[in-house]
Design a protein around this ligand. Structure first.
Ligand SMILES: *[C@@H]1O[C@H](CO)[C@@H](O)[C@H](O)[C@H]1NC(C)=O
Ligand SMILES: *[C@@H]1O[C@H](CO)[C@@H](O)[C@H](O)[C@H]1NC(C)=O
Ligand SMILES: *[C@@H]1O[C@H](CO)[C@@H](O)[C@H](O)[C@H]1NC(C)=O
Ligand SMILES: *[C@@H]1O[C@H](CO)[C@@H](O)[C@H](O)[C@H]1NC(C)=O
Ligand SMILES: *[C@@H]1O[C@H](CO)[C@@H](O)[C@H](O)[C@H]1NC(C)=O
Length: 240
């Protein structure tokens, strides 16, 4: 059976790295396990955000990002954001992402998040040929390093640094327990179909999103007061 060696491997990896992680005021005041959310803390992993079997989302009232980490090696991510296009400022691209999988705390201080393949995202790109759709989202993420500080008013605050050293918005701890959907594959991605859109882009769709196509995915409405928080994402083009 394949499951056993995989579990053994994950266990070995996390127990090895646990020795290397120093819990002190200068580095990590608490373990990373728990539920974390940025900004106004409305973007939270778990059943209040995503329903993978239906490929739907409950859109939070503000943009942001949420992570959960369990002590048995699972992570979950929830992300809701809008990004402006520098050359076409009116083409604001909205993305909603849900994914989960296994994380590894590497001894050198990095974190590697490896998805199990059932993640999905909604992309709303008003200026693109296909303006609002749902597609698979299965990207491995590497965080170069991470730190948890004790904020006098907000409590434990997790800082994740991307592969290029740039920080993710600070994440506040909502709970020391992870708020997660079941730790198993939650969506049948073998039912995927690959289509070519009229502008020549190849996209992977799922049967569920095809069924919804006629009514299209629900419209994303930018929450009020978020224009100042717009980020320009060069990466978006690779996601479309
Ligand atoms: C957004 O705010 C409204 C009004 O306060 C509330 O009824 C609704 O449940 C909130 N939605 C979410 C997803 O939190
Ligand atoms: C998702 O990505 C992981 C890591 O690269 C890979 O092992 C897995 O096979 C992928 N799953 C699917 C369904 O593409
Ligand atoms: C830590 O190790 C991982 C896996 O080998 C590697 O991808 C990552 O770049 C390393 N991080 C640093 C900070 O060297
Ligand atoms: C996934 O969908 C495919 C195609 O519809 C079907 O043949 C298969 O049995 C499904 N698998 C599961 C685990 O539901
Ligand atoms: C921004 O708009 C330009 C011009 O329409 C387009 O070529 C480019 O792909 C867009 N970039 C993104 C990230 O959407």
């Amino acid at each position: 059976m394949l499951i056993f060696p995989l579990t053994a491997l994950l266990f070995a990896a996390s127990s090895a790295s646990a020795q290397d992680i120093i819990y002190n005021a200068a580095h990590n005041v608490t373990p990373i396990t728990g539920t974390w959310s940025s900004g106004s803390r409305h973007v939270v992993t778990g059943p209040g955000f995503a329903n993978p079997s239906q490929e739907t989302f409950t859109y939070p009232n503000t943009t942001g990002v949420g992570y959960s980490f369990s002590d048995d090696g699972w992570y979950e991510i929830a992300r809701y954001r809008f990004a402006s296009n520098a050359s076409e400022p009116n083409c604001i691209i909205g993305t909603v992402v849900w994914a989960h999988g296994h994380y590894e705390l590497v001894g050198n201080g990095s974190i590697i998040l490896t998805p199990v393949g059932d993640g999905y995202q909604q992309v709303q790109a008003p200026c693109a040929a296909t303006s609002n759709f749902i597609q698979n989202y299965n990207f491995t993420e590497l965080f170069d390093h991470w730190q948890i500080f004790m904020d006098p008013t907000d409590g434990p605050k997790l800082h994740l640094f991307q592969f290029d050293g740039s920080p993710v918005a600070p994440l506040f701890q909502l709970s020391p327990d992870p708020n997660m959907l079941p730790k198993q594959v939650l969506r049948n991605v073998s039912a995927n179909v690959v289509t070519t859109t009229s502008d020549g882009l190849v996209s992977t769709e799922t049967l569920a999103s095809r069924k919804k196509k006629r009514s299209a995915a629900p419209e994303l409405k930018q929450p009020m007061g978020m224009v100042a928080g717009l980020v320009v994402m060069a990466m978006v083009s690779t996601l479309l």
